[in-house]
Design a protein around this ligand. Structure first.
Ligand code: ZN
Length: 134
């Protein structure tokens, strides 16, 4: 598979409204608004950093994946996302190698991306997201 770059780092926060302050006021990153992905029960905010971004993730429901993450681990880096040239080819390659996937097929992410998660068990305990953007 062809990995193009680190697309973004996903950071779980209790609240984007207050959680963004460190990233914007202290680090000076630009806040460009939020987007809710209803099917993932998450609201996201992407803050550009050069060629990559920081993604802040806030849960929209107590049973969502980010709510569960916060409950278990508290705020922090929740996933790392790599941009791939072709996500279908990447998933096919991983499947052929017997890598444990959370998503067998790409689904919709924020910003019109197609995304899929690899299981942390296959990746040194790191939740890895693959994403393809036009
Ligand atoms: Zn992400």
């Amino acid at each position: 598979m062809k990995i193009l770059k680190i697309d973004h780092l996903g950071v779980a926060v209790k609240s984007i409204d207050t959680g963004k302050n460190f990233w914007t006021d202290v680090l000076g990153l630009r806040f460009e608004g939020t987007e809710t992905v209803a099917e993932q029960k998450v609201t996201t905010a992407f803050l550009p950093v050069g060629e990559s971004e920081v993604e802040l993730l806030e849960s929209t429901a107590p049973d969502g994946p980010i709510a569960k993450y916060l409950e278990k681990k508290g705020e922090g880096i929740q996933h790392i996302a790599f941009r791939v040239e072709n996500i279908d080819a990447a998933l096919a390659e991983l499947k052929a190698k017997g890598i444990q996937l959370i998503d067998e097929k790409p689904r919709h992410g924020a910003g019109g991306a197609r995304i899929a998660f690899i299981h942390p068990k296959a990746a040194s305990g790191v939740l890895v997201e693959l994403c393809e953007r036009d």
